[in-house]
Design a protein around this ligand. Sequence first.
Ligand code: CU
Length: 114
Amino acid sequence: MRRKPRTSGLWLACALLACSCFAAAGDLDESPRHHVIIIEGMRFNPPTLTVHRGDRITWVNKDLFPHTATANSKAFDSHSVASNASWSYTAHRSGSYAYVCRFHPTMHGNLIVQ
Ligand SMILES: [Cu+2]
């Protein structure tokens, strides 16, 4: 007689776990988002950005001279982005992408794609 409540308790735990899994899967189905990274004062802002696969990222250059957003792995490269111009990239592969400005190697950024 004691077994029955334990079994149903276990079943309930499994059901709850499955439920949270479905919720997580639902999050992945969210439509892509658009993120903006401002380049200003020789800095990428925010310096680290976390996005989901399929999201679009736009770098906007607010400095008076050109910059680039170039992944160390070469996964993406904006090439020269002029003053007041922008460049967009859609992240398709998950990973952590450190990037720099090729003109100013002290400028570092990090794009994390989940
Ligand atoms: Cu630069």
